[in-house]
Design a protein around this ligand. Structure first.
Ligand SMILES: [Zn+2]
Length: 257
């Protein structure tokens, strides 16, 4: 019995750290979609700064740093909370929009920064652009963006946030290829429009999806809910990749390093 208890304890403490963002798979998927649309010179620039870290893995850095309390100050950077019925009002507080804009500004002036600092700014920008496309990163403080909502999905305990981060994406087999196939169906005009770096617009889109997120009864979501919301999740992952690539193409087009 002692051995079983010990194994149980080990399994609990070695579980992946429950993320408050797209799960690692979601971040990697978006990074791979973005890489597909990067200009060749920009790929070289990113390689110069990131070294052996791929764009897909660059998006994981902020979550890896969650384990290190020295980086606790970054925790409010992953999201923005706005009360239900209210709309976004710009302020100077710490939130995902302000932090994305700061990284864009830093990267525009990267000739003033060390190579290491530029690498960190790229990693933060990648992660936060990815996060902002997840509807619950523009949710409500009252339930900490769905993290405080404990539900079951297909009988397994989870949270509403994690279901949207990870569970539905995996259950519905949403992949890099399926996201690229979706984008390939867009007209040239739509691709051009979707690529715009409208950070507040991305946030408003995420917010407009919250009624879908909260459209379930009781304390469980089922396959019908996942089937209904999978196209939304796939579109958000695909758009995050497309937009991230455009942002990086713009920022690194002028090769200052
Ligand atoms: Zn995050």
């Amino acid at each position: 019995m002692k051995l079983i208890r010990l194994l149980l304890l080990i399994s609990i403490f070695t579980q992946p750290l429950r993320s408050f963002c797209w799960g690692g798979e979601g971040h990697k998927l978006i990074g791979n979609v973005a890489y597909h649309y990067l200009n060749p010179g920009v790929k070289d620039s990113l390689k110069f700064y990131l070294g052996s870290v791929s764009l897909a893995d660059a998006g994981l850095w902020m979550d890896e740093m969650r384990k290190n309390h020295e980086y606790d100050y970054m925790k409010p950077w992953h999201y923005i909370n706005i009360r239900q019925g209210e709309s976004y009002k710009p302020d100077t507080g710490q939130n995902v929009i302000n932090e994305i804009n700061k990284r864009i500004d830093h990267l525009k002036h990267r000739n003033l920064c060390s190579k290491e600092q530029v690498a960190v700014d790229i990693k933060i920008l990648v992660h936060l652009c990815e996060d902002l496309h997840m509807p619950l990163h523009a949710g409500y403080a009252s339930d900490t963006g769905g993290n405080a909502i404990h539900i079951t999905f297909m009988g397994k305990p989870t949270t509403l946030h994690w279901a949207w981060d990870n569970d539905i994406m995996l259950q519905q087999h949403i992949t890099v290829d399926s996201c690229l196939a979706l984008l390939a169906m867009f007209s040239e005009q739509r691709i051009k429009e979707e690529r715009r770096a409208d950070i507040v617009g991305w946030m408003n889109e995420s917010r407009s999806l919250l009624p879908n997120v909260y459209d379930y009864k009781g304390d469980s979501i089922d396959v019908a809910y996942a089937d209904k919301n999978a196209p939304i999740i796939k579109l958000r992952l695909a758009l995050a990749g497309l937009r991230l690539s455009e942002l990086l193409n713009e920022l690194f087009r002028a090769k200052t390093n």
